[in-house]
Design a protein around this ligand. Structure first.
Ligand code: B12
Length: 529
């Protein structure tokens, strides 16, 4: 039996991670083809050379596949190099929205990487694993890039997968879902793939095609019910554009309502695809927030970037959400082509104006990702690229400068925004100390602190390192006190009470369990659900 190890490289908890859905789909397809799959998730567990070596030595995979977006690609390539250093016979493959558009350079620069899968990966990866190391067979598989002699060879682009309903379901049983649940993170699923729009800063359309393909609403809601049954409190519909098609969107909502499923979910939309009718149905079906990309307060910039929306539509979408009882969220991209001090001011003014209507918003800075038009034609758009280091492409600091604006102003704006959040949280902390915080405010801080404590315990392997208790604790409270005492030494920034509370919460979320090793008791995280 063939064995494939899939790897999700680390990225920070501040991005609010959800379980890696792309890898879960790939794992599902591989399992359905009779392949043995394991998954290492560096987002919720530490993943150093030691962990990797252990996985390679115990599972002995034929293939290792690593996913990456731009900001994680250097880390992913390091993993590929480590894999080859441990066992040069293992074949290495990467995929995802970065390497799909940098295949030539990435392969030229990384001799340890054997092959890249471009675009949607399910069919391609299954065919590749079946072909083993036979490069003549690889040449017959669409969607691959690999070295042949001194050249990089690209097979034709893969067809977008027809009928995504025929895909085996994502193999979430291989992901440490329990850790995401314990951390209070959302879980994502998709009801469709594809995006018909042509925004010049987005890779979406080139990755998943312009024609939107839909899943059956019954299958979607089965999956939602399953995830809710596992105890996830928040589901993100990760479709490029959930509201792309009114009929599909209403059909999913109607199915949720018909089953009486009580779940809380959120979705991405465009301001020109929502209406009071759709939003009312979404709200009745449990939708609690909708995220819009408004991008800019300048009509000229919206036109340049081919966003295809008007500012009035943004204003009315926010009001419609508020009236429907759904939280409107929006993201603005600063530093788009044509940005000047005036357009920046217009964007900030729009944000403030819409905040009064109930909008919750944030800023990203333009990061010209490979595969986007702003990357391919940066100079034509008057963009000066400031950093060639992909680690910087997290969209929180300027990596390019528009002609009309000093990039320091862009950074300063985002920093002001980050400080505003900091001040807001400090203010609540003061209220808590003074006994004047509302229960909601207190809950917000306590939840954040719990997440940080539990995350640090996971990444620091505190449970594995904690000395086992030599006897059964007389009570659960005593057991937690023992564990908390040990954890306090590992996470000195928090008080013993805070740590004990976070551990109690993890237990309530069914994220911690005791295991008996001979006469000793040890704690461990619940990984697989
Ligand atoms: C949900 C989502 C998130 C979630 C969850 C992210 C996650 N890693 O799962 C959160 C909120 C955490 C998030 C954060 C960020 N995201 Co985001 N996100 C998405 C979104 C909307 C859906 C992702 C998804 O689940 N797709 C569905 C699955 C099935 O597809 P997939 O992951 O692409 O995987 C398929 C293929 O890529 C391929 N594949 C992928 N990996 C591999 C590996 C191998 C070995 C093989 C063979 C194939 C393969 O096969 C898979 C199955 O077909 C996409 C847009 C999109 N439509 O993809 C943006 C997107 C991935 N995000 C993006 C960005 C920029 C970010 C952030 C940097 C945010 C920011 N500051 O701007 C961070 C980075 C975090 C990270 N490291 O992923 C960009 C990435 C562009 C780039 N080149 O980097 C995208 C493409 C949005 C865009 N249109 O520009 N994101």
């Amino acid at each position: 039996m063939k064995r494939v190890l899939l790897i999700n490289p680390y990225y920070p908890i501040s991005e609010t991670p959800s379980p890696p859905l792309g890898l879960a789909y790939l794992a599902g397809a591989l399992e359905a083809a009779g392949i043995d799959v394991r998954l290492l998730d560096g987002v919720v567990a530490p993943l150093n050379n030691g962990h990797l070596t252990k996985a390679l030595e115990t599972f002995v995979p034929h293939w290792v596949g690593v996913t990456a977006v731009t900001m994680t690609v250097n880390r992913a390539l390091d993993i590929v190099r480590q894999v080859k250093a441990v066992d040069p016979t293992v074949r290495t493959v990467m995929g995802g929205p970065h390497v799909s558009f940098t295949a030539e350079n990435t392969l030229e620069e990384t001799s340890e990487l054997d092959v890249i899968v471009r675009g949607e990966g399910e069919d391609t990866l299954v065919a590749l694993v079946a072909a083993d190391g036979d490069r003549d067979a690889w040449a017959e598989i669409a969607g691959l890039s690999f070295r042949r002699g001194s050249q990089v060879h690209h097979t034709p682009d893969p067809p977008v997968l027809p009928g995504i309903d025929r895909l085996p379901p994502p193999a979430r049983h291989l992901i440490p879902l329990g850790r995401y649940r314990t951390l209070g993170m959302p879980v994502s699923l998709t009801t469709s793939r594809g995006c018909p729009y042509q925004c010049i800063f987005c890779v979406g359309r080139r990755m998943v095609g312009a024609r939107v393909r839909y899943r059956q609403p019954t299958a979607v809601v089965d999956e939602m019910a399953h995830l809710a049954g596992l105890g996830f409190k928040q589901i993100n519909l990760a479709d490029d554009l959930f509201t792309a098609n009114r009929r599909h969107c209403l059909a999913v909502c109607n199915e949720i309502i018909a089953r009486g499923l009580a779940i809380s979910w959120s979705a991405f939309a465009r301001v020109d695809t929502v209406s009071p009718e759709i939003l009312a149905r979404m709200q009745a079906a449990g939708c609690q927030a909708v995220s819009f990309g408004i991008e800019s307060g300048s009509p000229k910039i919206l036109k340049t970037v081919r966003k295809g929306i008007r500012l009035e539509q943004a204003v009315s979408a926010v009001k419609m959400c508020r009236d429907a009882g759904i939280a409107p969220l929006a993201s603005f991209i600063l530093g788009l082509p044509g940005e000047t001090p005036e357009t920046l001011a217009a964007t900030l003014a729009l944000g403030e104006r819409l905040e009064k209507e109930g909008l919750c918003y944030g800023f990203h800075l333009l990061a010209p990702f490979p595969g986007t038009e702003v990357h391919a034609r940066a100079a034509d758009y008057g963009l000066e690229i400031l950093s060639a280091n992909w680690d910087d492409y997290h969209a929180n600091r300027a990596v390019c400068a528009p002609e009309g604006l000093d990039p320091a102003r862009l950074d300063a704006q985002v920093q002001r925004w980050e400080r505003r959040l900091h001040v807001y949280l400090e203010d609540i902390r003061r209220k808590i100390a003074g006994g004047t915080a509302t229960p909601e405010e207190r809950g917000q801080i306590v939840n954040m602190e719990r997440t940080v404590i539990l995350y640090e315990m996971m990444m620091g392997e505190v449970l594995a390192k904690a000395a086992p208790a030599g006897r059964e604790a007389a009570s659960e409270t005593e057991a937690f006190v023992q564990l908390a005492e040990q954890a306090v030494k590992a996470i000195p920034d928090f008080t013993p009470d805070q740590i004990a509370d976070a551990l109690q919460e993890a237990r309530r979320r069914k994220g911690l369990r005791q295991i008996r090793r001979g006469e000793f008791i040890q704690w461990e995280w619940v990984d697989y659900l």
